[in-house]
Design a protein around this ligand. Sequence first.
Ligand code: IPM
Ligand code: MN
Length: 370
Amino acid sequence: MATHKLLLLPGDGIGPEVMAEVKRLIDWLNAKGLASFETEQGLVGGSAYDAHQVSITEETMATAKAADVIIFGAVGGPKWDSVPYEARPEAGLLRLRKELGLFGNLRPAVCYPALADASSLKREAVEGLDIMIVRELTGGVYFGEPKTITDLGNGQKRAIDTQVYDTYEIERIARVAFDLARKRRNKVTSMEKRNVMKSGVLWNEVVTQVHVREYKDVTLEHQLADSGGMNLVKSPKQFDVIVTDNLFGDMLSDIAAMLTGSLGMLPSASLGEIDSKTKKRRALYEPVHGSAPDIAGKGLANPIAMIASFGMALRYSFDMGALADKLDAAIAAVLASGLRTADIKSEGTIAASTTQMGEAILGELQKLHA
Ligand code: IPM
Ligand code: MN
């Protein structure tokens, strides 16, 4: 059995608590001989800043580049509000994404049947929801230059962020979306703002060309990102795969998370280009939620997004789709049994701590394997 190298970066806030539940799963898989994972742990974000005054050290970057995958918790918190901009906790995550070339961010929003009432939307709107947001992750306004604040000298300052996309960046993310759609319900919705942004005009043009050239069998539609956001809360089940840029994808995926009941439910995979020789791709797996400093250390965090992110690693990096399916089934079974962390608690359900939720999911997985 191949041994896979995992770098665990728990980060800040609830990151370490939810990561501990993934560690529990990894230890069990190793002990059972179902997989062979070697894990290393590192600091990122505020915890790295406290120890080394940077959001990620060169050593950790090197370990990340050598690892098969990175499992990432969450970064940030008010404690680091006044650290220099370059050393803010989020910079560590952005550096990992950029330097590892993790341009393809998959954010699946699935509404588990037991949670249809936890969403702020009506049950009919979200029951059975299964959509995939494909967010471009290494370009656009998050990384474009110039990115500056200049003092204009007249009591005014000017802030500039640059939205920039090249053809190849749009082509490769479009392919990720079309390939995924072929394995799902064969539909892609591309979202941009071509009515006001040049980058939107090019985005629309390039996605259309890739479709005509390579993916005619897939249904493609275009929506403006603002009305796309509206449609996400009006009738989310119209979507299969949504492909969009870095900024819109960040916002739309938080909206999609709430359709599933809680931000604590949404996993993600960030994937690089497939190496033509090794056929491998760099990858980082992280929950979409943040570090939630307000509930950190209290055992209140929902570990499902983190555990499901590890499930995505099994599926997309290690070709262990059957095991990933079982993990998803274990999550669904635990939810069906009525166990709930605070974020998804509703009347008549049973309160569970982070650890109890993690243990229950592992318990279900063990049953499925018995
Ligand atoms: C996300 C987060 C990050 C982002 C932050 C932490 C830099 O919000 O992954 O959605 O903005 O991309
Ligand atoms: Mn976000």
